[in-house]
Design a protein around this ligand. Structure first.
Ligand SMILES: [Fe+2]
Length: 323
């Protein structure tokens, strides 16, 4: 039986053998931004981080939006602001964008939620998706552009190929790169080794599962990384109301770092996104008590999830920095 929000539409399937076949343009510095979730105040904070880098004499990091940049942005102005801004940069679809521009029968929110996510949360996500779809009907031009976005892309940073994807290498909404699915630090699974081999990549940069972490893997004596930024537009740690993005650069970060590591000449860092408090009022006015987003996310916006930076650092190699 298909259950909305639990199932994974067939169209989401990715053939991992296609990884590694596309171009991987060289970038000196990029911000990988997964899960902005319509938080337009986070966008402003990200632009401020870029300017801090420029003020420090570095190149402006390129922005790569790693899917699910839509979610809470259900009024006309925020819907256009989010999508016009994101589409001016590199972006891939997440399951939210896939369901916005080409709804799959019975997919609900398209999140493909695993068993450890409770049923009420899944039901509320489907309701949020329905409201977002209703809000998007007046923006056919945007939906057409979202439909053209790829579902994965690759970059080269400091000589290393980086595979950017939303869920996992087999599905747009896959959870096999969730923290909960990872082997113990220092361990490797055959599946991960296969994926890295097929992608020819040293780093998988992913999102979708809403809890950030960074883990390294020794494959035939060569260090590889999976880095999941959690959510750019929602809090990620207990007692910390900030979002997180992944910074990949050939230069050390001039902006504050939560934790990070180096892969040869490449700096890989989790960067906090400190958005303006006006977000709280905006959220409350658009998703008031009784709404599905209030029920699912208000607590997270106030206190953050049950996750700590030390839970996110799963590195056996050198740690650059940890607040
Ligand atoms: Fe997602």
């Amino acid at each position: 039986m298909t259950i909305e929000g639990r199932s994974c539409p067939l169209s989401y399937r990715i053939d991992p053998r296609q990884l590694g076949q596309g171009p991987a343009p060289v970038r000196e510095s990029v911000y990988i931004i997964g899960g902005l979730y319509g938080n337009w105040t986070a966008l402003t904070a990200i632009e401020a981080l870029q300017q801090q880098e420029v003020a420090a004499g570095l190149v402006e990091p390129g922005l790569v939006f790693n899917g699910d940049f839509n979610w809470f942005n259900v009024d006309n102005s925020s819907f256009r602001l989010i999508n016009e801004t994101v589409l001016a940069h590199n972006a891939i679809q997440g399951n939210v964008e896939a369901e916005l521009c080409a709804p799959s029968a019975g997919a609900g929110c398209g999140c493909g939620y695993p068993e450890w996510v409770d049923g009420e949360t899944v039901t509320r996500s489907n309701a949020i998706m329905t409201r977002l779809q209703q809000a998007s009907v007046d923006h056919g031009d945007m939906l057409g552009r979202l439909k053209q976005l790829p579902r994965q892309l690759a970059l080269t940073v400091a000589g290393h190929r980086v595979q950017v994807l939303h869920g996992d290498p087999e599905s747009l909404s896959g959870w096999q790169l969730a923290l909960e699915a990872m082997p113990e630090p220092g361990q490797l699974t055959d599946r991960l080794a296969d994926w890295f081999g097929l992608a020819g990549a040293r780093i998988f940069a992913c999102s979708h599962t809403c809890l950030p972490y960074m883990q390294d893997f020794d494959i035939n004596g060569v260090r590889h990384l999976v880095v999941n930024n959690g959510a750019a537009g929602m809090p990620n740690f207990r007692g910390d109301r900030r979002g997180v993005l992944t910074r990949l650069s050939s230069r050390p970060s001039p902006v504050p770092v939560l934790y990070g590591t180096r892969l040869g000449a490449l700096y890989c860092d989790a960067i906090p996104i400190d958005w303006d408090e006006q977000w709280d009022d905006w959220f409350a006015s658009h998703w008031p008590p009784g709404s599905p987003a209030w029920a699912s996310y208000r607590e997270r916006f106030i206190r953050g999830p049950e996750h700590r930076p030390e839970d996110a650092v799963r590195l056996t190699g050198a740690l650059n920095c940890c607040l």
